[in-house]
Design a protein around this ligand. Sequence first.
Ligand SMILES: C[S@@+](CC[C@H](N)C(=O)[O-])C[C@H]1O[C@@H](n2cnc3c(N)ncnc32)[C@H](O)[C@@H]1O
Length: 249
Amino acid sequence: MSLSKIKQDWETLGELDPCWAVLTSLPKGQSGEPDFDAFFRTGEEEIAGVMQKSDQLGRSSKRESVLDFGCGLGRLTRALSTYFSLAVGVDISAPMVERARQLNQSIANCEFILNTSGDLRQFPDNHFDMIYTARVLQHIPTRAAIKAYLEEFVRVLNSGGLLVFQLPSFIRVRNRIQPRRRLYAFLKALGVGEKTLLTRLNLSPMHMTFIPKADVIDYLASLGAGILDVHPDSMCGPTIESHTYYVTK
Ligand SMILES: C[S@@+](CC[C@H](N)C(=O)[O-])C[C@H]1O[C@@H](n2cnc3c(N)ncnc32)[C@H](O)[C@@H]1O
């Protein structure tokens, strides 16, 4: 599956149901204006935990710039901006980036940038003091493409900086089939509208990919990155095993 197909799906999600697409634990197709205060509070809580862990790992010295990869509506970028001079959110979906800019326009040190390539070539080497990404890499359809982003994270991370990423490490065979995604693609090819597929038929184009923890650790080592901590998380719910990795270079 190509990056342009992924981009198209996330543009649709960003247009039709951005809050649910960002946090699938929220109700689908919310009518009216969602409670954005509560939405952004979930980001503050998540980032508070990450920054506490960062302090425990002794990574609190330089906090100039942070990258939030796959920022969606800026739920986490906004929270990160309270700890860093500049928080940069990048996303593959133009509607997500546009809405993130609107929702966070009062936050002077947040910036949102469209990044539609399979790399981070728009950023130089050793650029960010911290990189955070959660609920994003799992939606990238191949392990090779996920690894290419990991390599880029290490490249753009400052020496001594902190990379924190979440990634599923195991999905049971029966959950790998992803019938709702396959049916979405099939019906879309037959001409059924995306709004119907998402809201009326309760289908979703979202892909789920995993890489076993041992493979991730081996790959990070091959990039010369240092692993500070790896712990299980519950970001993908009870049926998918997921880990959060704390990495430096
Ligand atoms: C489930 S949302 C999570 C958003 C945000 N990380 C959060 O937790 O609030 C996934 C986001 O990743 C973005 N995304 C998916 N593939 C991407 C890619 N290859 N590059 C950049 N962003 C991507 C989607 O457009 C979407 O906004």
